[in-house]
Design a protein around this ligand. Structure first.
Ligand code: G6P
Length: 479
């Protein structure tokens, strides 16, 4: 349901993210509507927003002219439009061709362009101004991710009464890499506008604190930064998670169980199904993982009657050059592997360049005997957690890169170094051959972990830390 929102927006809680949590859809009658985006963030934040009658500011995608705020499924949404140039230079350029590769261990070569930086600043300022406009006196603003790192400081300048939280969903790199950025100091100062800066892992928070001490020259102690004006900023880890219970329930529904049986049938009833699910991104290690699988076949350990690989590659950032090149490389490799190892009607790799609804994903996870998640670097990787949540029978193997944030928690996975092809081959084979008892032991432990640390716990923990600093902040504001 979409309705337009009252003009008097003064929200106690404002979420600011590059994207709105809804995607545009065309209804059967041809009219335009919105659908809540798949993914956990909105599930996590929705209850918090509802409790606080909050609003969400974000880009609706595309280049539409200014849109009015509206309400969809109870969520108050404030769209912030971007021009073609802003999409090119802020979104595709500085966010996804400069910061993304730099923050992911240089998985591609970051490009540094001064015009992109100018536009990044301009778009960040527009987000900050919009947040300043809609936040109630003394309210809280929660800013998300690498596209908006300047918003906290810009917003603080406009509205010193606000409590500001920032959460980075992707890794925060070590100083050796971060220092390549010509605008490194401005980014650090941008983040320091927040009262609380959240990261996926403790190591990322430490990278940030160390850089602030060395580059900006502020005093720090443990997870605190002391600013010259008397304010303190806390930087700490809040590992994100998923709606574990919701997915577990979904994976047990009759329709998902039935769909899972259909999928296995459609794959030719192999003994084992391997699965990869990723945005088509060069950080995800899709190429190396498919090569490893093909080599295991070539070495004669199994063939396509025994095992097939389903790779879901969700289209992503398709205008960015490195993503175009990656797509070509992967599709060429899939063709070659199927040419070498497939049989009539039985490809070795089932490659799907598409995104799917939650139900279909749950059915795929339920079907997969071996889930393969091998990024070169990943903030968390929620696919690994979603797989675990969908294994209601305590079976199935997870092969997981040690460079995904999730590896800190999912210790019972078969952990691999994605740069080590032989190591990956061995892990695929070990997971393929593992006995039921071993699988059960590992999966039970991982399921316990994600049940205890679900996305609601993540949001609660961030919001309560923010409320704590808010208390401290209020005191310093009083005369
Ligand atoms: C990652 C980022 C998000 C981003 C998402 C999808 O998870 O952390 O900020 O929204 O990828 O990428 P896109 O470029 O389509 O927004």
């Amino acid at each position: 349901m979409v309705k337009s929102m009252k003009a008097d927006l003064h929200a106690d809680l404002v979420v600011v993210a590059n994207r709105l949590p809804v995607d545009r859809v065309t209804n059967p009658d041809g009219s335009q509507g919105w659908r809540t985006s798949p993914g956990g963030l909105v599930t996590a934040i929705e209850p918090v927003l509802n409790d606080n009658d909050g609003v969400w500011i974000g880009w609706p995608g595309g280049t539409d002219e200014a849109m009015e705020p509206f309400t969809d499924n109870g969520l108050h949404l404030v769209p912030l439009s971007m021009s073609e140039q802003e999409i090119e230079e802020h979104y595709e350029g500085f966010s996804n061709a400069t910061l993304w590769p730099l923050y992911h261990d240089l998985a591609a070569r970051p490009e540094f362009h001064r015009e992109w930086w100018d536009t990044y600043q301009r778009v960040n300022r527009r987000f900050a101004e919009k947040a300043a406009e809609v936040a109630a006196e003394g309210g809280t603003v929660w800013v998300h991710d690498y596209q908006l790192q300047l918003v906290p400081a810009m917003l603080r300048e406009l509205r010193p009464d606000l409590t500001i939280g920032f959460y980075l969903h992707i890794p925060f790199p070590p100083g050796e890499l971060f220092q390549q950025l010509p605008w490194r100091r401005q980014i650090l100062e941008g983040l320091l506008g927040a009262d609380l800066v959240g990261f996926q892992l403790a190591g990322a928070a430490q990278n940030f604190i160390r850089l602030v001490r060395q580059r900006v020259g502020h005093k720090t102690h443990r997870d605190l930064v002391y600013l010259p004006d008397g304010r303190t900023v806390r930087a700490t880890a809040f590992p994100i998670s998923i709606d574990a219970r919701g997915l577990d329930e979904l994976s047990r529904t009759e329709s998902v169980v039935k769909r899972s049986e259909e999928i296995r049938e459609a794959l030719g009833n192999p003994r084992k199904v391997f699965l990869g699910v990723d945005r088509l991104d060069y950080t995800k290690g899709i190429y190396a993982r498919l090569r490893a699988f093909a080599e295991v076949i070539a070495d004669g350990h199994f063939d396509v009657d025994d095992a097939v690989f389903v790779q879901v590659a969700v289209p992503s950032r398709e205008q960015v050059e490195t993503y175009k090149v990656l797509r070509d490389e992967i599709e060429r490799l899939v063709g070659r592997i199927n040419g070498d190892h497939g049989k009539l009607g039985q490809p070795a790799i089932h490659y799907l360049h598409s995104s799917y609804p939650r139900e279909e994903m749950a059915a795929l996870y339920r079907t997969a005997d071996v889930m393969v998640v091998t990024p070169y670097r990943d903030g968390m990787n929620l696919v690994a957690k979603e797989y675990v949540a969908c294994r209601a029978n305590d079976d199935g193997a997870l092969v997981l890169s040690e460079f995904a944030g999730a590896a800190d928690e999912l210790r019972q996975a078969w952990l691999v170094n994605p740069y080590d092809l032989n190591g990956m081959k061995q892990a695929l084979l070990d997971a393929y051959r593992a006995e039921d008892r071993e699988l059960g032991r590992r999966m039970r432990a991982m399921r316990k972990t994600i049940r205890q640390h679900d996305v609601a716990a993540w949001a609660d923990s961030f919001m309560s830390s923010l409320a704590e600093v808010r208390g401290a902040h209020r005191k310093t504001l009083q005369p």
